[in-house]
Design a protein around this ligand. Structure first.
Ligand code: 2HA
Ligand code: ZN
Length: 266
């Protein structure tokens, strides 16, 4: 199968993606094929051979028109993030064609019927929105963090997006400081759907983490490590919150004054 040579920048991205895949598995946030990762490779154009017609092509897609010609590193559907030890089998680099009607697989995906993640439409729409808004967050991580998901089942707190962030921020100064734009709760939608993609785009415009009700969390960062960190910090808030509830008391939480003090030094 034809494949491009990877430059150092892409090799570094893949190394960090493997590192994060390992963390997700260790955390039990990546059961079976749970979770997916993508990176917008804005600068790959100069790596491409003159003609890419003889690279594997997958058509009959209907991507947003603005995605024409863009390239992405993305994990595969049905693939285990723990298998990122062998990324050429479980992930790929694709370039969307000039009509946004399909893509060429430029590297990886070395398996029959390999396809990018089932959540690709969400990844793609978030990448396009970040690009449009001049945001420098080119890496996206979706995973299944246990405590954030558990809290999204809470019959009271899953009704109030503001309370959701507030409760997590109040658990630990670090949560307030390192998710300064908050942790949003996105109402349940079918995994892989356009509806979920559209709600996620809106949510990540002004939050650091979007929690998908009863499903998982997604964040974007300059690197996959930064995207992972947002979710990790948010989940720490959920761990503390749930531990207090499990011990039989509602956590007191930091006061408004204490939180405002932190906000003032950010
Ligand atoms: O990759 O996590 O949301 C499988 C999923 C779907
Ligand atoms: Zn998922």
């Amino acid at each position: 199968m034809k494949s491009i040579e990877l430059n150092n920048a892409i090799l570094t991205h893949i190394k960090k993606t493997k590192e994060v895949g390992h963390y997700l598995w260790e955390r039990q946030w990546a059961e079976r094929n749970g979770g997916n990762i993508s990176i917008f490779l804005e600068d790959i154009e100069d790596q491409l051979p003159k003609t890419i017609d003889d690279f594997r092509y997958v058509g009959n897609r209907n991507f947003p028109k603005e995605s024409a010609g863009l390239s992405f590193f993305v994990t595969g559907t049905g693939e285990r993030l723990r298998d990122l030890r062998e990324p050429e089998f479980s992930s790929c680099i694709i370039r969307i064609d000039d009509n946004a009607a399909g893509y060429h697989i430029l590297w990886g995906g070395q398996k029959d019927n390999f396809r990018p993640t089932s959540e690709f439409i969400t990844h793609l729409k978030v990448h396009l929105d970040m690009k449009k808004n001049g945001r420098d967050s080119k890496a996206i991580v979706h995973t299944h963090p246990i405590e954030l998901i558990a809290l999204s089942h809470h019959p009271e707190y899953n009704k109030n997006r503001y309370k959701f962030t507030e409760n997590l921020w109040k658990m630990l100064p670090e949560v307030r400081a390192f998710t300064p734009n908050g942790i949003d709760l996105v109402k349940y939608e079918l995994p892989g759907s356009e509806a979920l993609a559209d709600l996620t785009v809106k949510s990540l415009r002004d939050h650091d983490v979007a929690v998908w009700e009863k499903h998982g969390a997604i964040a974007a960062g300059k690197t996959v490590i930064e995207a992972f960190d947002y979710i990790d910090v948010a989940n720490k808030g959920a761990i503390i919150f749930l531990k207090c509830l499990a011990a039989g008391f509602e956590p007191e939480g930091m006061s408004k004054k204490q939180m405002d003090e932190i906000a003032a030094i950010l």
